[in-house]
Ligand binder design. Structure first.
Ligand code: 5RP
Length: 225
């Protein structure tokens, strides 16, 4: 199974939805990297004029290196389309994101976009959400107490750490707590609970956000609307 090829197939299919003159939200991650490569090629070869709104410093740098114009979300008045990856998508096209630490910016860009497309390799599709740990961006202040509360609630939290054992930091210098839930029976109920917990800046449940999902296989893509 060649997952890189599957990601590339999805990225190359998604780039077809980008039209001249659009303002495009650019997601984050290894699948989006293939989208950016394909988009850079169109900019160079076709003279496509678009404005990219990157959701991470990584995507901003890569886009600039490829000759794609980028602006901050606060410097554009609308976003026509956002194309992003996802960590897990269930059969109702609800998603978990944040494996790449960027879900706060990704959610802000997504909810301000007229249309959202997710690009994934086939391994990301699941019947239910939850086998992929659910990321929470949390404020460092009080995070040990929040952690204990999440533990008592049975959510099996763990702080995300780097190779040196320190906290992984988000763009806003917050921490990440991953919840090992196994199976999320009622995503909307969980969303409400997490939305109401002080100290959680944003969680990685992306419910009722996506308009199209492009699934990459080794030799073709499938598009779900
Ligand atoms: C980053 C994300 C990414 O979209 C998600 O982790 C998918 O990344 P990849 O394409 O590398 O698997 O949510 O916060």
């Amino acid at each position: 199974m060649d997952r890189e090829l599957m990601k590339k197939v999805a990225g190359q299919e998604a780039v077809k939805y980008i039209k001249d003159g659009m303002t495009v939200g650019l997601g984050t991650g290894s699948t989006v990297k293939y989208l950016l490569d394909a988009l850079g090629k169109r900019v160079a070869e076709e003279g496509l004029r678009i404005i990219g709104v990157p959701t991470s410093n990584r995507s901003a740098k890569r886009a600039r290196d490829l000759g794609i114009d980028v602006k901050s979300i606060d410097d554009v008045d609308h976003i026509d389309l956002t194309i992003d990856g996802a960590d897990q998508i269930d059969e109702n096209f609800q998603g978990i994101k944040g494996g790449g630490v960027a879900h706060l910016r990704e959610k802000i860009v997504a909810i301000n976009s007229a249309e959202n497309i997710w690009i994934v390799d086939e391994t990301k599709m699941a019947k239910n959400l939850g086998s992929f740990p659910l990321p929470l961006e949390v404020t460092p202040y009080g995070s040990t107490h929040l952690y204990r509360r999440l533990e008592k609630m049975g959510y099996h939290p763990s702080f995300r750490t780097n190779a040196k054992g320190g906290h992984v930091l988000t763009h806003a210098d917050n921490y990440i707590i991953d919840l090992k839930l196994g199976y999320i029976e009622h995503p909307h109920q969980l969303e409400k609970i997490l939305n109401n917990m002080t100290g959680i800046v944003e969680h990685g449940l992306f419910l009722d956000v996506v308009d199209k999902v492009i699934v990459g296989h080794e030799d073709h893509s499938e598009t779900f609307v």
